[in-house]
Design a protein around this ligand. Structure first.
Ligand SMILES: Cc1cc2nc3c(=O)[nH]c(=O)nc-3n(C[C@H](O)[C@H](O)[C@H](O)COP(=O)(O)OP(=O)(O)OC[C@H]3O[C@@H](n4cnc5c(N)ncnc54)[C@H](O)[C@@H]3O)c2cc1C
Length: 283
């Protein structure tokens, strides 16, 4: 990663290539933290590039399989050609699932902006019938998510619950943080009670406490769900949760197409922008 922005992005991104990403995974694994690897990139609009991106994931799965690390992989469907057509994307990603099935590696389909929610879920339902070792993501900010969680629970599809990283209109999403958090807690309860091995993906202390407490009161074991956090965010807390006997998985992004991901991390927290400004003006 070159330039000052590339240097600063290193806090959130494991590196440019597979080797650097696997080193980050090794470091986390040595602390008993598991991972999911993500090759950065989204909104690919030509077929050759989308096919090349899926090939890069297949190569990643080969590396994971050959190496001593244990890791899942996370994919974004707009990187795989969702903007071209649903069927093209289905066929392209099925190649990744075929290889993942061969190696028994879990694949998570990330959730992108609300224009893609229904199409993503429709594809997930199709894939899950063929490749059961996969899951998807639900965003607590969306009004529709309660119904989606019910359906995913009914179909026994594993869910990662997050707040949602995309700017959405008031007609579709809660705009007030308190309401997002309230819905997050409600969906956590539904997933822990009726879902399959949910992933509670947040850096929010209150929601982490809520999850621990609800699980303890309901007799849900610490091995029946996992917490997830993003690479480079709240590293001490990641270790603390692990040493308290909970499962922790870190989302490890790598690659050269890092700007949109990095921009979302900056938007989430104004302190990150101050950090950049401070470094830009440091002599
Ligand atoms: C494993 C994982 C996978 C995800 N996958 C998706 C996905 O598929 N689709 C999607 O839309 N979103 C995804 N997200 C992002 C998510 O939707 C939120 O945008 C992001 O996690 C911030 O929300 P929060 O729950 O941490 O709560 P917040 O209320 O945003 O933050 C709580 C606290 O966490 C810390 N924190 C949060 N963000 C940052 C940051 N950027 N830098 C430094 N500290 C921070 C701060 O201490 C903050 O006070 C994922 C998040 C995680 C952890």
């Amino acid at each position: 990663m070159s330039g000052i922005f590339g240097f600063l992005a290193r806090r959130f991104i494991a590196g440019d290539n597979i080797e650097e990403a696997l080193q980050a995974v090794e470091r986390l694994n040595s602390k008993k933290i598991t991972t999911t690897l993500d090759i950065l990139g989204e909104n690919v609009s030509n077929k050759e590039e989308a096919v090349a991106k899926a090939d890069a994931y297949i190569e990643l799965l080969d590396h994971i399989h050959r190496s001593a690390v244990t890791s899942h992989a996370s994919i974004k469907l707009t990187q795989m050609g969702l903007d071209i057509s649903d069927q093209f994307c289905f066929d392209n990603v099925s190649r990744i699932f075929e290889r993942a099935q061969e190696y028994d590696i879990f694949i998570r389909v990330d959730m992108e902006g609300s224009d893609y929610t229904q199409r993503t879920l429709d594809l997930v339902y199709r894939w899950h019938e063929i490749y059961p070792n996969m899951g998807t993501v639900i965003q607590a900010m969306l009004h529709r998510s309660e119904d989606d969680v019910k359906e995913l629970n009914r179909q026994k599809i594993k869910v990662r619950l997050c707040k949602g990283a995309y700017k959405e209109p008031a007609s579709l999403a809660f705009q007030d943080k308190k309401q997002v958090n309230k819905n997050y807690a409600k969906l956590t309860k539904m997933l822990l009670s009726d879902g399959v091995y949910p992933a509670i993906a947040t850096h929010d202390d209150k929601l982490i406490e809520y999850t621990k407490q609800f699980a303890a009161e309901s007799g849900i074991g610490r091995d029946q769900f996992e917490f997830q956090m993003l690479y480079g965010i709240r590293r001490k807390l990641q270790e603390q949760i692990t040493s308290d006997g909970y499962r922790m998985r870190v989302y490890v992004p790598y690659g050269t197409h890092w700007f949109p991901y990095y921009y979302r991390r900056l938007r989430e927290r104004k302190e990150n922008i101050f950090f950049i400004l401070k470094n830009l003006f440091k002599d």
